[in-house]
Design a protein around this ligand. Sequence first.
Ligand SMILES: [Mn+2]
Length: 446
Amino acid sequence: MSLLDQPQFIAHQATITARWESALEANQHDCVVIAAGANQNYFLDDQAPPFRPNPHFAQFFPDRNSEHCELIVEPGAKPRLLFYQPADFWHMPPTIPDWANNCFRVETHSTPESLTAARNTYVQGQNNVAHIGPQPAASAHNPAALIAHLDFLRSQKTPFEVAAIRQATAHSVRGHIAAKAAFFAGASEYDIYMQFLAATGNTAGELPYSSIVALNEHAGVLHYQHYDQTKPPAHLSFLIDAGASHLGYASDITRTYSSDKAPAEFAELIRLLDIEQQSLIDEIHVGQPYEAMHANMIERIASVLITCGVITCGLEQAIADQVADPFMPHGLGHLIGLQTHDVGGQQTNTAGALSPPSTRFPALRLTRPLEQNSVFTIEPGIYFIPMLLDELRGSSAPINWSLVDALTPCGGIRIEDNIWLTDEGAVNLTREAFNNPTLGQQEAAQ
Ligand SMILES: [Mn+2]
């Protein structure tokens, strides 16, 4: 049964409606118009990328077939859905899903003009109407204070949202299993990507972010963006950072593999990083400051690099001198949900106060203490990036350069899981799916 037909979806609607009501009250808006938005063509072209609705709209209406639709949320009343259903023989016009009638007062419009006229009638006489959406609006367009309020609350996932992320994780894990097999069969990056995509059940346009499919030294490019159709002379290493989506919710998963052609130290680094990542996840609890976890992971990485002979001094000195920092130039993780890098990660309250990361970890997207029912990634990495490491060559840095040179053709390592934090501790949604890859298949078929 689809998640949208389950009682938890009705409960989700009630929760987010209540959030909007409190946010509207706190910011003195009588009501809000939330527009799904409309696609924009490429410059001088009649083609557009796949449509992604305004995430504030998608949280109520998790269906991409919602271009030009609008919601009106007004405290004390069932939200109103103005559904856009054009008479169009070029495209398949969207139909109102059955579940929508349980959640909204639904009405259909066949032209944008009729929809706009109806909306203006409904909000007439209301004070300080907020409009949230990509297209310009007459009044209170995307008020920052209102959006900050909602962004802060978005970190707390409803049971429906956790279930959707769980399904998205299951889809992605099926792709990862197919991709791993393709790597060990000697496929090109392009062919591995195709195997990944086919196994997820997503179209490319539904993926939450561009998959990173990197062989050998390409694994050392943090956001490597190509899919090489040529097989490399040898398959040393494989890094895949690729998620899938379900009902608009994202998963974000990374795995790294070593072949027997890579130096033995590379496989050992993967094995030890995996142990440290899981050990860190075991310690996660509500209230923990995320930046402290990042610092803790850097210490663990220093220890791993010493064990494998990359760092040549003792642990105390490696920590004091921050020797491991250039091997992990990225953040430990981020919130995830309707957006791959979900909003509010550096916010400390509904008023929009920010806590930026320290200058030592500028790439960290998540700095607020971890809360119950948040979903976030834990994704440590060990990279051999010449641009970063070459700055240290010739210095007294305690680094075994000949080993670095031997490992650089393997690029780098990242291991990324999606974590749901409950009052009883961390639930690792990603490991759960790898342990049961048929999870979510029934849902995917719908
Ligand atoms: Mn990530």
